[in-house]
Ligand binder design. Structure first.
Ligand SMILES: Nc1ncnc2c1ncn2[C@@H]1O[C@H](COP(=O)(O)OP(=O)(O)OP(=O)(O)O)[C@@H](O)[C@H]1O
Length: 799
């Protein structure tokens, strides 16, 4: 209910795109305008008036400042929707270009400025490169505007949607006003132009059809999930405003967040596919996958906020939000605070999974003081043990891997279980008698670590899983007894039983692909099986630790509750195309004994192609890298200064140094840092807790870039012997293990390459990594043209 004289004002999805491009002073005026308008839309200073001549009679203009006008759609009573802000001179001309409607399929309000969409479609450049003219690109230039050579008969290019009728597109939910244009586009580039300012459903439908998805599939997967079950009255804007399909902000502060910069937009406008996943009621564990930058973390954050909002009042932390790395957990906390405020954060335990396991073990007091050891040190302990025992049949590397991957990896905690354990991916077959020997050696080894006060993260995860599973079993026994004995039992309740309960109501996991079976066992035992218990997001193509899990075998059944996001918000399609090429033709699991795919993964952002260049020596590569990074920094500074002066671009976005340099080894990190310093570039390493300084060029090993994002990324040292590292040669005898190591190494490069938002450069010295295109074959990386036809350009220019 509105107070007399006051109004509601919301911002329609996609209107923010244009508003964000306005000069900063105008954006400031928009903030002020919205407060004034909400307070009193009749305020004479606002000069609210209907735009006569626009179909429907509900489009108004109002004064933002002397040069700009807001366009507002009146939904009924005192409810308005801000759909655009335009220079005064452009508002009153050619009014028929403003189209608004209630979409018949979704029942949501849509607004289109035909002039903006048409000009974005028409300005679509043929091909995608900026200044590149390779033959592949030229071959794609079948642009209608280009006159045909006189002696070659002109063949009219075939429209992309020639196989569809207007009625079919309408049935799929394409906005009525855009149907003629949609049926005309002939190239992907024109299509990208068209969808940029089009309503989201139109965007999704057209992109999917262009991907080759059939009519029925699009109807089932894209349209049906957002279709309304009500009968749509296309003149009732009040009802339409109330529907979730009207993608508009809800809170007063949201308009500001949405137009601030494109990187805070996620807080306000979820894509319908994301929104649906956040809000859905799940009858058990659910999983969301999707390529890099498709908003999996954003969905997880919103899901946590959504679940927190539904908790009964209280102060306890009833939601666990966890991930693999410590620095990412810190980042999740920061972003959740931004999204939901302290009230939400207060109800959520945000902690990386190994720290959680350590806390659980420590609480039992079973441990005493211990020191962590990593794999290297553990291997040394194995060697020492074998030497002391005079054992020669088994080598340290094999036993350590067996302990990690089979015993701890599958949370096997008895000899009998080990006899039954699956050894998939371990290569060499072993007999039952040999298993008995190995089990004995493992027991000796763990005793040795105990005596020396040492432990590994995997050991702690397994122990925590065991402790928590015992607790869960106790709860089940208790509840069974309670059901049987009822009140009688309550009278004789012991204290230790009275306090039995699951620690959390909901568990949400980011970067799920990196968790081990023991982690999953732990998480399963932390929350009661049932509605909305576990929600996982992750991408197995980005698995960079040696952890593999089959969720169903661990009691986590996600069947029927899996979804995949496909639209990247981070990376341009040029970078995405090249990054996909790095994955080769390997097959990827879906965390559940089946395969995962990135089909349909795409981006509507565009930018320059990634470039790759080789050097004779590491020194020469380093020199060129330093020069390039210095030039990038300089360019950014100049752009920021120009933007500030012209106030035409978002200064805040430009001012940030957002450059990352990834290299394969720690030594190379130090060398890059030193070399950049000599070039006068401020560089900071990325440690386990994240970047050591915000305002600097970040340098780290490939592993450290997981979950981060940068405007520009350089990946150096992508050289044979380094990517993949030479150490994997030791597994040549064991082809399965070797293959897994190669795949993990590909993933690492893929993760680093997809951190780049706008620019990606890759360099190597000596002989290039076999993962790079055109090295193994001349035809380019398989799958690179899946998205864009983009192959790496191998030009003279560096990056
Ligand atoms: N609906 C959205 N609207 C605008 N921006 C979005 C949206 N969803 C995600 N983004 C932006 O896209 C970028 C990538 O999102 P996010 O980190 O959630 O992706 P991800 O799938 O978890 O990526 P990765 O697998 O690479 O870690 C972020 O900058 C985020 O703000």
């Amino acid at each position: 209910m509105n107070v007399q004289g006051r109004a509601t004002l919301r911002l329609l999805d996609k209107a923010d795109k244009q508003i964000r491009k306005l000069p900063r002073s105008v954006k400031g005026a928009v903030y002020e305008f919205q407060y004034k308008f909400r307070d009193n839309p009749e305020n004479p200073g606002l000069n609210l008036k209907i735009l006569e001549g626009v179909q429907g009679g509900r489009l108004y203009s109002a004064r933002v400042n002397k040069d700009y006008r807001a366009l507002l759609l009146h939904a009924g009573e005192s409810d308005y929707v801000l759909v655009a802000v335009r220079p005064r001179g452009e508002v009153y001309d050619n009014l028929e270009r403003f189209k608004h409607q209630i979409n018949q399929v979704t029942g949501g309000i849509e607004f289109i400025d035909m002039e903006v969409v048409e000009s974005a479609t028409a300005s679509a450049e043929p091909g995608t490169g900026q200044g590149h003219t390779d033959p592949a690109e030229q071959a794609g230039q079948d642009v209608p505007a280009e006159p045909a050579a006189p002696d070659v008969p002109a063949e009219a290019p075939r429209p992309l949607f020639a196989d569809y009728t207007r009625d079919q597109l309408r049935e799929l939910g394409v906005a009525e006003a855009l149907l003629p244009l949609a049926l005309k586009v002939t190239t992907d580039e024109e299509l990208y132009g068209l969808v940029e300012y089009a309503p989201s459903l139109t965007e999704d439908v057209l992109l999917r059809l262009a991907d080759g998805m059939g009519f029925d599939e699009v109807l089932e997967e894209i349209t049906r999930p957002v279709a309304t079950s009500e009968t749509v009255d296309t003149s009732d804007y009040s009802a339409a405003l109330a529907r979730p399909a009207t993608r508009a902000t809800s809170e007063d502060t949201d308009i500001q967040a949405a137009i601030e910069d494109r990187f805070s937009r996620w807080k306000v406008f979820l894509h319908p596919a994301q929104h649906k996943l956040v809000r859905r009621e799940y009858r058990g564990p659910a999983r969301v996958s999707g390529g890099p930058g498709t908003g999996k973390t954003i969905v997880a954050l919103h899901r946590v906020a959504h679940l927190a909002a539904r908790l009964p009042p209280g102060r306890s932390k009833e939601i666990l939000f966890t991930t693999f790395n410590k620095n990412l957990a810190a980042d999740l906390r920061k972003r959740l605070l931004e999204l939901g405020g302290q009230a939400v954060v207060d109800r959520v335990e945000i902690v990386n999974i190994d720290k959680l396991a350590t806390q659980i073990v420590a609480e039992t007091g079973r441990t005493g003081r211990r020191r962590w050891i990593d794999d290297q040190k553990a291997l040394r302990e194995w060697s020492d043990l074998l030497t002391e025992l005079g054992e020669t049949q088994w080598d340290a590397e094999f036993l350590h891997a067996e302990w990690n991957q089979v015993i701890l990896g599958q949370a096997v905690n008895s000899r009998a279980d080990y006899f039954r354990a699956r050894r998939a991916g371990r290569g060499k077959r072993i007999s039952r008698a040999q298993r008995a020997e190995i089990w004995q050696l493992v027991e000796r080894f763990t005793m040795r670590l105990d005596e020396k006060g040492l432990w590994t993260h995997r050991q702690v995860a397994e122990l925590a899983a065991r402790i928590q599973s015992e607790q869960a079993m106790k709860i089940a026994t208790f509840e069974e007894r309670q059901d049987r004995e009822g009140a009688q039992m309550l009278q004789h309740l012991e204290q230790s039983w009275a306090n039995l309960r699951y620690p959390y109501r909901h568990v949400v996991v980011d970067e799920a692909q990196d968790l081990s079976p023991a982690h999953w066992k732990l998480l399963r035992a932390l929350v009661r099986e049932g509605d909305n218990d576990l929600f996982l997001v992750g991408d197995t193509h980005q698995r960079i630790y040696d952890n593999y899990a089959s969720l169903s075998s661990l009691g986590i059944n996600i069947r029927g509750r899996s979804a995949r996001l496909t639209l990247s918000y981070r990376t341009t399609r040029q970078i995405l195309g090249s990054a996909l090429g790095l994955l080769g033709e390997e097959s990827w699991d879906n965390l559940d004994d089946s395969t995962e795919t990135l089909a349909g993964y795409r981006s509507v952002l565009k930018g320059p192609r990634p470039e790759i260049r080789g050097f004779d020596t590491w020194q020469a590569e380093l020199d060129a890298l330093a020069e390039t990074v210095a030039a990038w920094e300089q360019e950014d500074r100049e752009r920021a200064a120009a933007a500030a002066e012209a106030e035409g671009e978002d200064g805040a976005e430009q001012e940030q140094t957002s450059i990352g340099v990834a290299v394969p080894t720690r030594d190379m990190v130090s060398e890059v840092e030193r070399r950049l310093a000599r070039e006068g570039v401020r560089a900071a390493g990325i440690g386990p807790e994240g970047p050591r300084l915000d305002d600097a060029v970040h340098v780290g090993t490939l592993h450290r870039f997981k979950g981060l994002e940068y405007r520009r990324m350089a990946i150096a040292g992508v050289t044979r012997g380094l990517v993949p590292g030479r150490h994997i040669d030791q597994f040549r005898e064991d082809p399965t293990r070797h293959e897994r190591e190669v795949q993990r190494s590909r993933s690492l490069l893929f993760v680093a390459a997809t951190r780049a938002r706008d620019t990606l450069g890759i360099t190597w010295h000596g002989t290039p990594s076999p993962f790079l295109p055109n090295t193994a074959t001349d035809s380019g990386p398989p799958g690179a043209d899946q998205v864009d036809g983009a192959l790496f350009a191998r030009g003279d220019a560096l990056f």
